[in-house]
Design a protein around this ligand. Structure first.
Ligand code: FE2
Ligand code: FE2
Length: 271
């Protein structure tokens, strides 16, 4: 895990997850150091993670006022309830659907919820944030964030990429990734995370890229990519290309057994 401080009022809490056969996927959460501090997403949900302690290296968790959950997938919700306990003034920014999905595991207290739809704004003291539905997403609750003071875009799963090494997944700048590896990883991730991109009307889909082009983000902060600055043109071209990229087909049982056969069991099975 790495912590990257940027010059955009943003600290990146940068973790990663290895996906067998695909690469190393960054898993980021963010702190926006606004007058009313905002935490965007809360990391992986595995037992070895302690998001609130990690966050405490950056900001007193009790000072957090907003927890913007871009969507309730488990690589985004790891520290959610611990942070709610540690930050008594914080509310969770999510959608009606997001709150509903969370309630299937553990309901959010109604007085800790702030419902916000794409296009709506949130005043956090010294700036306004607005919700934006990114072009690629894997969850109907997905709402990214635009910071209208810095021009930063927090794009949730969109723009993500499994990367060739764990070191690159923990990089502070996506320009450390070779351009071909970046484009290939992003197109692969587009098919993994948003398989519907191959079946929708390409023109209607590509029109959803236009709002990001209009914003021309100062930096794109994806949950699943190192921070991307000065790369808007190539990243938006990647989104345009996504419908034409090869669909992803995951390993099947024969492939799994071939993978497992590479490992010798420590003792015979069944003993
Ligand atoms: Fe997701
Ligand atoms: Fe994700």
């Amino acid at each position: 895990m790495h912590t990257h401080r940027t010059d955009q009022d943003v600290t990146v809490l940068n973790d990663m997850s290895e996906i067998p056969g695909l690469g190393f996927l960054p898993v980021n959460a963010f702190v926006v150091h606004a007058e009313q501090p905002v935490v965007i997403d809360t990391g992986l949900s595995t037992d070895d993670k302690d998001f609130v302690t990690w966050l405490g290296e950056v900001i007193d968790p009790a000072d957090v006022r907003w927890i913007w959950l871009t969507h309730p997938d488990r690589d985004h919700t790891g520290g959610l309830f611990d942070l709610l306990a540690a930050a008594p003034r914080a509310r969770v920014v999510t959608t009606f659907i997001g709150a509903g999905i969370l309630s299937t595991e553990r309901p959010l207290p109604m007085d800790r919820i702030h419902l916000l739809n794409p296009g709506q704004r949130l005043d956090v003291g010294d700036r306004e944030l607005s919700g934006l539905r990114p072009p690629l997403f894997d969850n109907p609750a997905t709402v990214g964030v635009v910071d209208h003071r810095t021009g930063a875009l927090f794009s949730s799963d969109c723009f993500g990429a499994p990367l060739p090494t764990g070191e690159l997944a923990l990089a502070g700048d996506v320009r450390e990734v070779a351009p071909d590896d970046l484009r290939g990883g992003q197109l692969l991730w587009a098919g993994v995370d948003s398989p519907w991109v191959h079946t929708v009307d390409p023109a209607k889909y590509r029109a959803t890229v236009d709002p990001i082009r209009a914003i021309d983000p100062s930096t794109i902060f994806s949950t699943h990519l190192p921070p991307a600055r000065g790369l808007n043109e190539s990243l938006l071209a990647m989104l345009h290309e996504a419908p034409d990229s090869p669909p992803f087909v995951g390993p099947d049982q024969a492939a799994l057994e071939a993978m497992l056969a590479q490992f010798e069991p420590e003792q015979p099975l069944g003993v």
